[in-house]
Design a protein around this ligand. Structure first.
Ligand SMILES: C[S@@+](CC[C@H](N)C(=O)[O-])C[C@H]1O[C@@H](n2cnc3c(N)ncnc32)[C@H](O)[C@@H]1O
Length: 284
C-alpha cells in the first residue's frame, strides 16, 4: 500500500503506527510481510509491530517456526558452499529476504572474492536494506521484483550486467516458492529460468511441506493468510517435481537438516520437524 493512496481513516491509523526512518515510503506497515516475519523469527530488527504481533501468534501456534528459519538459513549456506565447490561463481537469489547473518554474497565472496550475486525480492524493506549493504560491493546487486515476472528479472540491466548466462549459474529459490499465489504455477516459473541457464547450472530450493505435522502446518498456513504473503505448503511429490529439467544431486529431496549435514548431531532425531523439504539439482 502506498501512503499517498491512504484514505483519511487509514492515514489516521498510519500516524499511530511506528514508522522508522529506514522504512521505504511505499512499504505497507499495516499488514505483516513474509520478509519481515522471517526477520523477526531470525531475531532481526527490520520488522514492525504488526509483524511481531503476527509472529508471536505463529510462534504460539507452531513453536517450531523460528527453528525452521534457522535450519533453512543453514541449508542455504550449505547449498551455496556446495555450488561453489562445484565451480559455480554466480548466483541468482530469488526471494532473497532482508539481509541477515550469512547472506549469499558474504558466503560466496568469502570463498571466491569474484563471485557475483543478484538478489531479487518483492518486499521494499528487503531491497532497501540490501541496497544499503551492497553500496560498495560491485559484485552484488538487488532488484525489487516479483520473481514470477521472469522477463523483468532476466532482462533487468542489473541481472544482465552482472551475470554471464553462457556460464553456470546457481539459481536459488529458498523458502520462497510456497509464497507464490495459487494462480501462479511454480513449475512454469522455474521452467522460464531453466530455459536461459547454461548446462552445469544448479537449482537449490527449500519449500514448506505438509508431509508431516500437518496440524502445525495448517496453523502456519491459517496465520500467514493474514499477512501480505499467504503460504501454500506442498507434498514431497510436488516438491520433487519442481526440479523438472534438473538432475537431483545426492541425497535428493530430503528434510532440511538431512541435506549434506556438517555433523550427525545437526540432523537430530526428528529432521522432519524442520517443516521443509530441500534439494539441489543440476541442469545437464
Ligand atoms: C522466508 S523469506 C526467505 C529468504 C531467503 N531466501 C532465505 O531462505 O533465507 C521469503 C522471501 O521471499 C520473498 N518473496 C515472496 N514472494 C515473492 C515473489 N513473488 N517475488 C519475489 N520475492 C518474493 C519475501 O518478500 C521474503 O523476503
Amino acid at each position: 500500500m502506498v501512503i499517498t493512496r491512504l484514505s483519511a481513516d487509514s492515514r489516521e491509523r498510519w500516524q499511530r503506527v511506528e514508522r522508522p526512518a529506514w522504512a521505504p515510503r511505499e512499504v505497507d506497515i499495516e499488514k505483516a510481510s513474509a520478509a519481515r516475519l522471517y526477520d523477526y523469527f531470525l531475531g532481526g530488527s527490520y520488522n514492525f509491530e504488526v509483524d511481531r504481533a503476527l509472529g508471536r501468534q505463529i510462534e504460539q501456534a507452531a513453536p517450531g517456526v523460528p527453528q525452521f528459519a534457522f535450519l533453512n538459513r543453514s541449508y542455504l549456506r550449505r547449498a551455496v558452499c556446495y555450488l561453489l565447490s562445484r565451480g559455480v561463481d554466480q548466483f541468482l537469489d530469488l526471494g532473497s529476504g532482508i539481509p541477515t547473518a550469512g547472506n549469499v554474497h558474504e558466503i560466496a565472496q568469502n570463498i571466491n572474492p569474484d563471485a557475483k550475486v543478484v538478489y531479487v525480492d518483492n518486499e521494499p524493506v528487503a531491497v532497501a536494506h540490501a541496497d544499503l549493504l551492497l553500496e560498495d560491493n560491485p559484485n552484488a546487486v538487488a532488484i525489487e521484483a516479483d520473481l514470477a515476472d521472469t522477463g523483468y528479472v532476466l532482462g533487468h540491466e542489473k541481472t544482465r550486467g552482472l551475470l554471464d548466462f553462457s556460464r553456470p549459474i546457481g539459481l536459488l529459490a529458498v523458502a520462497v516458492l510456497h509464497f507464490l499465489p495459487p494462480g501462479v504455477d511454480p513449475l512454469a516459473v522455474l521452467a522460464e529460468y531453466r530455459r536461459v541457464l547454461s548446462a552445469g547450472s544448479y537449482l537449490a530450493l527449500s519449500h514448506l511441506t505438509h508431509e508431516v505435522d500437518s496440524d502445525q502446518v495448517n496453523q502456519i498456513t491459517r496465520l500467514y493468510a493474514q499477512s501480505q504473503n499467504p503460504i501454500q505448503p506442498r507434498g514431497r511429490g510436488e516438491i520433487i517435481a519442481l526440479f523438472t529439467g534438473f538432475d537431483l544431486v545426492e541425497p535428493g529431496v530430503v528434510f532440511t537438516p538431512v541435506w549434506h549435514p556438517e555433523s550427525p548431531e545437526d540432523v537430530g532425531e526428528h529432521p522432519d520437524r524442520s517443516g521443509a523439504l530441500v534439494g539441489v539439482g543440476r541442469k545437464a
